[in-house]
Write a protein that binds this ligand. Sequence first.
Ligand SMILES: Cc1cc2nc3c(=O)[nH]c(=O)nc-3n(C[C@H](O)[C@H](O)[C@H](O)COP(=O)(O)OP(=O)(O)OC[C@H]3O[C@@H](n4cnc5c(N)ncnc54)[C@H](O)[C@@H]3O)c2cc1C
Length: 451
Amino acid sequence: MTTALELTRLGYSCTILEATSSAGGRNRTIRAGDIVNETDSSQTCMFDFDDDLYFNAGPARIAHHHEFLLGYCREFGVALEVFTNDNRAALMHSANSHGGQPIVSRRVHADTRGNIARLLSMAVNQSALDAELTAADKINIIAMLRNFGDLDGSLNYTGSARGGFPGQEDVGSRQRGERVNPLALQDLITETFWQQRQGFAHGLEQQPTMLQPVGGMDRIARAFETRVINDLVADAQVTEIRKTANGVRIVYNRLGAPTQLDADYCICTIPATVLRNIVNDFSALHRAEIANFNYAAAGKIAFQSRRFWEQDHNIYGGISWTTQDITQIWYPNNGLGQTSGILVGAYIFGGSAGVNFAGQTPQQRINGALAQGSNLHPEINGQAARGISIAWPKIPFQLGAWGTSNPATLLTPDENIFFAGEHLSILQGWQEGAILSAYHAIDLIVARDSA
Ligand SMILES: Cc1cc2nc3c(=O)[nH]c(=O)nc-3n(C[C@H](O)[C@H](O)[C@H](O)COP(=O)(O)OP(=O)(O)OC[C@H]3O[C@@H](n4cnc5c(N)ncnc54)[C@H](O)[C@@H]3O)c2cc1C
């Protein structure tokens, strides 16, 4: 849709052939009554009808520096609100440590910093870093470390109010003033999970402030669709991409009838997983890259639930992490304070957990997510119901979540056929990447026509 919108603005006339009934692709929000068809199952969303009860099954957050996507939101009047990625009241859970009990994120952050600051200040004061630091640097870094780790006057770490007080994670606790006992350094470094997960929100794409459209991510798709609606042919499944003497010929099925369209250029944004099975005249090099392009096997599941995370644990938005297959639990950032909310009970990025998830029936996914989720939130069993899942490797016309191979040949046109889509960008797995790849294809076409 970006390509059609911008090329039209440049004076080209475009036709968008979209296989499904509406454009948007992975930008998909599921609400009451919506149907999720996978290659071997079908589910109906049983949420209550309510503007705040929605599930962003694909993209759900936007980085504040995804400026082209945010620029379209501004231009189209798509209202935005803050998306909380990192919530210190959320949980971190490893099945293998702390007796399998989840730890509230604020403790992990406070105690990791405290332990690091204590060790580093010890090294500085024992002159272990004299080759690196001047006398002034040593004074300055000690001052910084005292604040970084909340060390006491003797540069010891004995816990911090930053970690909260005993019972802090449960509503009704009144023990303010007492400090929770600090976690030992060894408990924070022995597993990859603890070594890496708390750094998640430091990544450039994950840093605050993050945003989401008010009412669901598909507000963006619908806004785009409105702008290109006259050029959009829905329910048009491309079956052949051919080269002609002067351009391209696209064969597509529309409501059972084969149709063909001749054009000067084709910009193909079909995911490589789908494209590899479409009849084509591509060069051997293009065909090989399409055939071998890898995709992540991501999946999600959502439940309608009483907002026990808010009401019982003071968790408003954000993400809990676990070593179990479900990987993440997401709390809604919208409708705060209401009775019901949509809890994302699993967000699996891929790997064997993603493949397993895709291999399960929808009911097996629900059972698994509730069983694993109850290790963080026992309430999930009684409160979370009406689950609906999506396994992107099994969604027709997608067959994968996002590209993970490095694109090369596909960045160059094959005669009059150009390629675009998130998988061909430097921001794979992001909507901004899909837009950037559209701009790349447009630049190539404009350069050719200007030559
Ligand atoms: C689980 C998940 C989480 C994500 N999280 C985020 C996030 O938080 N933030 C973010 O910005 N991005 C996120 N993304 C990535 C984002 O969704 C994608 O990068 C972006 O939507 C891809 O856009 P696209 O135009 O390249 O492809 P698509 O949106 O997939 O568009 C391809 C289109 O081609 C159509 N098509 C396929 N085959 C045919 C055919 N034969 N004939 C006609 N049409 C066909 C499809 O129906 C589809 O409409 C996430 C993706 C997933 C799956």
